[in-house]
Design a protein around this ligand. Structure first.
Ligand code: GLN
Length: 534
């Protein structure tokens, strides 16, 4: 169904960050989608960076890339994995983008001499971007997740925009507020005060939440719900509990049990909506929770202290694991630790090795060591972006005997630049949004591991890089058994390299992890896990 007028749901968070607004938004979206509604999610990020492309992953986790080449917040990855629908640049707005547009308009003279202010000019720009997605006629419901925590200075203009939209659009707007109900073991009690305070803060900013989702470790009894309802002016049935679960994919099922979707539909006057179709989802969750076996795979990267740095890769392994009826136990290994004596010991017992994407020279030799280990010991190997580049460097040095072969990114004076800067990147000096980004075609070589995995010879995958395989070396590599099995038909850039005489050794220049979803696990991950199980 496409309603005549899009309904707007806002998801705010209180008490603390990391409560899982992204998962609650995705889960609610999933339930509405499963009821036949067309839904998308927008993320508003209160930082001043124009996009997270220039951010170190340690700041906010991985940078997610959309089909249209936008560098975005990792929550968009959750939206796509849950909904199996592509997002775009329009699904992620940052304070940096908002200010940039307003300042550009001011410079052009568009404000006709007026003083440019947060209200109304910044809030108008925020509202314009929210309504832009809603006005496309494509969505029954637009869920907008507001980053940060209520009470932060940074998020004030966003909350103010919600206040204004609630006033303007009236019953087409609904606010879901997510908070924490901590359990104090000394008192043996669940505490609602932080929730009360956080709702008060939202009220001070002019917004009355319609639904409260309370995150907690323990079950909330009827009394707690009644108390929260009374103090926060919400109906008792609109106080929803979100108890910790072992997999994020279970959250939609829990929210369904709590009737979150039903309450939302009622409040938005969406009537005659079918019951959600969740059988396939339940089957997937069962597989995740009750795997028939496990397989240990090493993920080698340099941002491993923060697991969110590799969010899409970890999730792709959950999807691929389920489709292989197994659980992938991912072991995060810091690439610098593979540069010390005895590094081989850190890889023993692992059935597959994945060398992760990344930038800069730190830890690069450790990654190259990991490739060598996988190649020489016939261990399933998967290299993604920088991971593929490391595989190429390792092969050049240790098989072709090209001493000191390297990527121009790591050593601009290498005698053998097997990975070179892309032609169109040579004159670029700005860092933001300038890489080769987004979806590109890839033509696959027949009878390759790539072809076997995909089951087709023309695919499209997402990219984020400045360097590429140096085609001058193709014949030397091929003669020694490492061949290019994926090529971009338009630019001739190599998109995939594999070693023929190896159980499973594939490196890809693109990022397959961004396209793996619950209903469409990525074929390369599925095949890599399968090979690791053998
Ligand atoms: N640093 C490499 C490049 O820019 C790889 C990038 C990546 O792994 N995303 O080409």
């Amino acid at each position: 169904m496409i309603a005549q007028k899009t309904k707007y749901i806002f998801v705010t968070g209180g008490v603390t960050s990391s409560l899982g607004k992204g998962i609650i938004s995705s889960s609610l979206a999933k339930l509405l989608q499963a009821r036949g509604l067309s839904v998308t999610i927008l993320k508003l990020d209160p930082y001043i960076n124009v996009d997270p492309g220039t951010l170190n992953p340690y700041e906010h986790g991985e940078c997610y890339v959309t089909v249209d080449g936008a560098e975005t917040d990792l929550d968009l990855g959750h939206y796509e994995r849950f909904l199996n629908v592509s997002t775009s640049q329009a699904n992620n707005v940052t304070t940096g983008q908002v200010y940039q547009s307003v300042i550009n308009k001011e410079r052009k003279g568009d404000y006709l001499g007026k003083t440019v202010q947060i209200i109304p000019h910044i809030t108008d720009e925020i509202k314009r971007r929210i309504k832009y997605l809603g006005s496309k006629g494509k969505y029954d419901v637009l869920i907008t997740e507001i980053g940060g925590t209520v009470g932060d200075i940074e998020s004030l203009p966003y909350i103010e925009s919600v206040r204004q939209l609630k006033w303007e659009l009236d019953d087409r707007v609904l606010v879901v507020h997510l908070t924490l109900v901590p359990y104090l073991s000394a008192a043996g009690e669940l505490k609602t005060k932080p929730t009360q305070h956080s709702v008060k803060m939202l009220l001070e900013e002019g917004v009355q939440p319609d639904v409260l989702v309370l995150r907690s470790e323990k079950d909330l009894g009827r009394d707690i719900r009644r108390k929260v309802a009374l103090f926060c002016n919400v109906h008792e049935r609109a106080v929803i509990q979100s108890k910790d679960v072992s997999t994020i994919y279970e959250v939609p099922l829990k929210m369904y049990k709590e009737k979150l979707d039903e309450i939302v539909l009622d409040k938005l006057n969406l009537t005659n909506i079918q019951k959600p179709e969740l059988e396939q989802w339940k089957e997937f969750v069962n597989k995740v929770k009750q795997p028939a076996r496990t397989v240990r795979i090493g993920l080698i990267g340099k941002y491993v202290e923060l697991k969110d740095s590799y969010k899409s890769i970890s999730e792709a392994f959950v999807h691929a694991g389920a489709s292989n009826n197994c659980k992938v136990e991912l072991e995060f290994i810091h690439s610098e630790n593979l540069e010390e004596d005895g590094w081989e010991n850190k890889l023993t017992g692992l059935k597959g090795l994945l060398v992760a994407p990344g930038f800069g020279h730190r830890g690069i030799e450790g990654k190259i060591n990991a490739v060598k280990f996988a190649r020489e010991n016939d261990i399933a190997f998967f290299g993604i972006c920088l991971g593929m580049q490391c595989a190429v460097i390792e092969f050049a040095r240790n098989v072709l005997g090209l001493k000191d072969a390297n990527s121009i990114e790591m050593d601009s004076k290498t005698p053998y630049p097997v990975i070179d800067i892309m032609e169109e990147q040579k004159d670029i000096t700005n860092m933001g949004g300038t890489m080769r980004l987004g979806l590109y075609n890839c033509t696959i070589e027949k009878n390759s591991k790539m072809a076997k995995a995909y089951g087709e010879l023309n695919v499209k995958e997402r990219h984020r890089h400045r360097y590429e395989y140096n085609n001058e070396y193709q014949s030397a590599f091929a003669e020694s058994g490492m061949i290019a099995t994926g090529i971009n038909p338009d630019s001739n850039l190599v998109e995939a390299m594999e070693i023929t005489k190896h159980k499973w050794f594939v490196g890809v220049q693109f990022h397959p992890e961004y396209q793996s979803t619950v209903v469409r696990p990525h074929p390369l991950f599925v095949n890599f896990v399968q090979a690791s199980l053998k």
